[in-house]
Design a protein around this ligand. Structure first.
Ligand SMILES: Cc1ncc(C[n+]2csc(CCOP(=O)(O)OP(=O)(O)O)c2C)c(N)n1
Length: 319
């Protein structure tokens, strides 16, 4: 399940970059390098109970939490069938029925929302539910992030903060975001627990988030899980990471690529055979190809719907 999610994530992201370069979608975002973090977080999410407040780089998490592959491509292609009616920038999906909150482009805004939702769960005594909130390390420089973690700590709400620390916030390195390179160490300053895990190890991430969830539903309050990883691709297809990172740095990090690393581990430990993994990869490639083709054929939003869900009342604001 973890490996399948990781392979699917990579296949979807690769497809997004291809579609952008073919001129079929406006922009694509990659989570390459985040596969292990996201598979681990997604597996710790309890469907039907938990709430997810994700951010735009969460292909793997939303898929693991039950968001459909077709809906993800509908977002990429901005089709009328997309969960936002083709209105949002790609990956800014919404799925209330799955407990997935709308993704906002405003960095860290989901953190205060997540804490509010966790406060509501506690207030309503829905004690077997928790909230997962994800963000990058750049988000931790936002005032909203600090307000969120402080409030969560004071009220001991059932929220798990997961920082996907990939070292870069577009062109800003982590060293220009924080003097103390550990995001996890910020948590004790607010009065709650922070843990740092190897974000290239999906099992370690799963174990840390799962434990934090158990603590949260047991009334133990929030945890900040920092998963260290790396963004292998540009921030988006609109960005060129070669302008701010050395090739040596990227090559060095590539050697830790979580996908082949986890594949090797599963084979070495006798969990899966190399043939089994190849079959899984082929099946995912087929699924991604079929879904891409099917969604591409779906209609774009009709021009006359441009103002629907934008203004209340008549949909011709010029009238
Ligand atoms: C409040 C706000 N400031 C700036 C931006 C522009 N912006 C978009 S993504 C991004 C980088 C965020 O980096 P990080 O939180 O580390 O996540 P990553 O993209 O690396 O996964 C920035 C600065 C924004 N969307 N919102």
């Amino acid at each position: 399940m973890l490996l399948r999610n990781m392979l699917l994530q990579r296949a979807v992201d690769t497809r997004g970059f291809q579609l952008n370069r073919q001129g079929k979608i406006g922009i694509a975002m990659g989570s390459e390098g985040h596969e292990a973090v996201q598979a681990g977080v997604g597996m710790a999410f309890v469907r039907g109970k938990d709430l997810l407040y994700p951010y735009y780089r969460n292909t793997g998490i939303v898929l693991a939490c039950g968001f459909s592959l077709a809906d993800l491509f509908r977002s990429q292609f901005a089709r009328a069938t997309d969960t936002t009616g083709g209105r949002s920038i790609i990956n800014h999906i919404t799925a209330k029925s799955k407990g997935i909150a709308s993704i906002s482009s405003i960095i860290a805004s989901q953190c205060t929302h997540a804490v509010g939702a966790a406060f509501a769960l506690k207030y309503r005594r829905e004690s077997d539910r928790a909230v997962l909130c994800t963000f990058g390390e750049g988000a931790t420089s936002e005032g909203e992030w600090h307000e969120a973690v402080n409030f969560a700590a004071i009220h001991r709400v059932p929220v798990i903060f997961v920082c996907e620390n990939n070292q870069w916030a577009i062109s800003t390195p982590a060293s220009k975001q924080m003097a103390n390179p550990s995001v996890a160490e910020r948590a004790p300053g607010y009065g709650f627990e922070g843990v740092r895990v190897d974000g290239f190890d999906p099992v370690a991430v799963y174990a840390a988030v799962r434990r934090a969830r158990e603590k949260a539903v047991g009334g133990g309050g929030p945890t900040l899980v920092e998963a260290t990883c790396y963004r292998f691709l540009s921030h988006t297809t609109d960005d060129d990471e070669r302008t701010y990172r050395t090739r040596e740095e990227v090559a060095q990090e590539r050697m830790k690529d979580p996908v082949p690393r986890f594949e090797r581990r599963l084979v070495e430990q006798g969990v899966l055979s190399a043939e089994h993994i190849e079959t899984m990869r082929a099946e995912i490639a087929r699924l991604v190809n079929e879904t891409t083709d099917a969604v591409e054929d779906e209609p774009l939003p009709a021009p006359e719907t441009l103002y629907t869900q934008v203004y209340a009342g008549p949909t011709e604001p010029w009238a």
